[in-house]
Design a protein around this ligand. Structure first.
Ligand code: ADP
Ligand code: MG
Length: 690
């Protein structure tokens, strides 16, 4: 089969190529230009547009090494029309000086490529690329591709290798003809045409459409890449589905008893999602469901009802949260809900004393029906007797490995059965992103907030007006409310962060004389943290100074004021999560974003978004727009390599199309699936399955 061997290159070069991900001829074929340079025509110096890459042909009239303001090689060139241009090289070799002098003395022509701009002596080019040629040397008749590369692999070498690969590799279509016709109708080129075109754009190719990647050739490449990603994720999903899972058959009686004791009724969205989960849990293959719901949408009760089903069916459930504060809060809430119904609950966190931890591990093994905890749950020493359901709260805080580890804890090695998995996230993920990163999950959305919430009013206040904010805190407390005060974020240094928290607490204790001011931060011992949180929850503390440890999940309905200091340092989703800590009771709530100027452009954009929007999905969409998907989701998250060519936002339409075709190919055409994945991922597909 053509193209199945490796790249023919000396070992040292092969090693460098491998670093670029270039191992097979197929990889070279898909190593597409970053941009193009137009060397097909030459400008005269007078006509060359300034500030964009152009080619100019001229002869050298003068070469000198100057020492002021710093050592540099300066040459003057003159074109056929008699106009002159200065060339400046700040880094140069002695051989270069000789070469230019040789060209001058021999009367030979330079083909210069670079940007003309205004210099001290008229137009100049800094560090142009140049070649010494004979005056009649023909110009290239195609745009020159510029490839992503690394030290020691020149453009020339890449061009040559890619040329060979294009001849060697199989560039055929893998899809049935009606699919390729369908692609054409959606403005895409055939694969072979697309790659040949992109590597060697013919004379007259539209440079703008190539650079902006809107050309039909690019559309096809981006589509194929998105398709490979969809196929791979979907295949992993289907493979996991093949595994067995315990059928959690339950009458739902335990859940009904829990609901009967609650002071509220489920929202329509909660009812719908509870039913979706209930259905999944009765299937003989593992549920892999992501529950998305904005801050405060009531995910915890949904999780508790899922746990009830597992417990009623005679299995254990585990509930994992990313922080001690959150895990403990869940533990206390679930205990209050479920212990009266006779459910045995255990609590497991990393900070338990050794003996207590052993006791809890034993309890988990011996059959606590619900085990709540931090990532201590996935440590090796914990053995669940009969884990049927694993719940992961704020799942985006965990890496893939941690999520997988919890799944491995349960089930039944003999039959290969694995527990059902419910992941929850308050970081709403826009649809295309969800499709790409969670194509391996089913998604449920809580798109309705419980009734009776008062919308949070957001205020942007410059820190010069801090006094007014202090007065606001005093007023809120005087009315019987409570407040959070979030310390400035110092991401680079945990030590400085701690110091800042302590200082903020000291200053506020003075400024808010007479009020009870508490402090929580990441370095407190778990029991100290818990005691402070409990005191805040019961109203013994008026103002809670906190670092972002309160960012997720904390629920104190009487707190109606949130002050975030140096709000400009926080990310959008952090701000949204923090703001979500208030507005949980019946009282009018306010979130004050204190900022210190001058603001960078992105900080300004972030604050504007959070000020204008309260809907988490909209904020996430804008965040994605601001930051791009890579940073938005964090690659750590997903184990999915970022797309190289397709852009999840700009190419959302192509991702949708790919999603649809992936479903159909997986059903009807396994051979095409295998060949497409081989072309795009080769041996890398294993990575995607993590
Ligand atoms: P999140 O989705 O952010 O995890 P929680 O589960 O913490 O939200 O719920 C937020 C608050 O809303 C909790 O106090 C919870 O008890 C309450 N709650 C949940 N569902 C409802 C409902 N249907 N009606 C009224 N309050 C509810
Ligand atoms: Mg929550």
């Amino acid at each position: 089969m053509p193209g199945s061997g490796g790249i023919k290159a000396a070992p040292a070069l092969a090693e460098k190529l491998a670093k670029l991900g270039l191992v097979r001829p197929d990889d070279l074929v898909l190593h597409l230009p970053l941009r193009y340079e137009d060397e097909t025509r030459c400008f005269t110096i007078a006509e060359a547009p300034w500030g964009e890459p152009v080619q100019v042909e001229a002869r050298v009239v003068d070469v000198a090494v100057q020492f002021r303001p710093r050592r540099q090689l300066v040459a003057r060139v003159r074109d056929a029309a008699g106009d002159e241009l200065t060339l400046r090289f700040l880094n140069f070799y002695g051989s270069q000086t000789k070469q230019l002098e040789g060209a001058r003395d021999g009367g030979r022509t330079l083909r210069l490529f670079g940007e003309v701009r205004s210099g001290f002596l008229g137009p100049e080019m800094v560090h142009p690329r140049y070649r010494v040629v004979d005056a009649e040397a023909p110009l290239p008749d195609a745009l020159t591709p510029v490839y992503p590369t690394t030290a020691g692999v020149s453009q020339t070498v890449l061009r040559k290798l890619i040329g060979v690969a294009l001849a060697d590799a199989d560039l055929g279509e893998f899809f049935p003809a009606f699919d390729t016709a369908w692609l054409a109708r959606h403005g895409m080129a055939a694969f072979a045409d697309a790659v040949r075109y992109l590597h060697h754009p013919p004379p007259g190719a539209p440079l703008a459409a190539l650079q902006s990647r809107e050309h039909p050739a690019w559309r096809r490449i981006k589509f194929d890449e998105a398709l490979a990603q969809q196929l791979s994720l979907r295949r992993a999903f289907l493979a996991r589905r093949e595994r067995g899972a315990p059928v959690l058959a339950a009458s739902g009686e335990l859940g009904r008893q829990l609901l009967a004791r609650l002071p509220f009724a489920l929202t329509g969205a909660q009812q719908r999602v509870v039913a979706e989960i209930g259905h999944d849990l009765q299937q003989p293959h593992p549920m892999q469901r992501l529950l998305q719901g904005d801050v405060g949408s009531g995910k915890t009760i949904v999780a508790a009802l899922a746990a009830c089903r597992a417990i009623e069916a005679g299995w254990q459930a585990a509930f994992m949260a990313p922080t001690e504060i959150l895990a403990e809060q869940h533990y206390l809430k679930l205990k209050a809900w479920l212990e009266p119904l006779g459910v045995r609950i255990a609590w497991l966190s990393g900070s338990l004393k050794a003996a207590a931890k052993r006791a809890m591990q034993a309890e988990a093994a011996a059959g606590a029906q619900l085990v709540v905890g931090t990532h201590a749950l996935i440590q090796d020493a914990v053995d669940f007797a009969k884990l049927g359901l694993a719940i992961v709260d704020e799942q985006h805080r965990f890496g893939v490995q941690q999520r997988l580890a919890l799944r491995k804890k349960g089930g039944d090695a003999a039959s290969g059965a694995i527990p059902h998995q419910l992941m929850m996230s308050a970081t709403p993920i826009p649809r295309t992103l969800a499709m790409s990163y969670y194509a391996d999950l089913d998604v449920s959305v809580l798109d309705e907030l419980p009734p009776g919430r008062t919308p949070v009013k957001t205020k942007l206040i410059a820190d010069a007006r801090r006094d007014e904010v202090i007065a606001g805190v005093q007023a809120a407390v005087a009315e019987g409310r409570q407040a959070y005060w979030v310390c400035p974020l110092i991401e680079e240094s945990e030590k400085l962060q701690l110091q800042t928290a302590l200082e903020t607490h000291a200053v506020l204790s003075e400024e808010l004389e007479g009020l009870r001011v508490g402090l929580v931060h990441g370095r407190l011992k778990a029991d100290e943290k818990a005691a402070t949180m409990a005191a805040f929850a019961t109203g013994e503390i008026d103002v809670l100074v906190a670092t972002t440890v309160i960012e997720v999940g904390v629920d104190v309905p009487n707190a109606s004021l949130m002050v975030i200091e140096h709000a400009e340092r926080f990310g959008l989703s952090q701000l949204h999560q923090l703001r979500g800590r208030v507005g949980r009771g019946a009282h009018e709530s306010v979130c004050v974003l204190l900022y210190a100027g001058p603001l960078s452009e992105t900080a300004r954009a972030r604050l504007k978004i959070i000020f204008e929007h309260s809907d988490g999905f909209e904020i996430a969409r804008q965040d994605l727009h601001l930051r791009g998907p890579g940073e938005f989701i964090g690659s750590r998250q997903s184990g999915v390599p970022l797309l190289r060519y397709a852009d999840l936002e700009a190419d959302a339409e192509l991702v949708e199309l790919a999603h649809g075709l992936a479903e159909r190919l997986l059903r009807d055409d396994p051979a095409a699936v295998a060949r497409h994945l081989e072309r795009w991922l080769g041996s890398r597909e294993e990575l995607l399955k993590a």
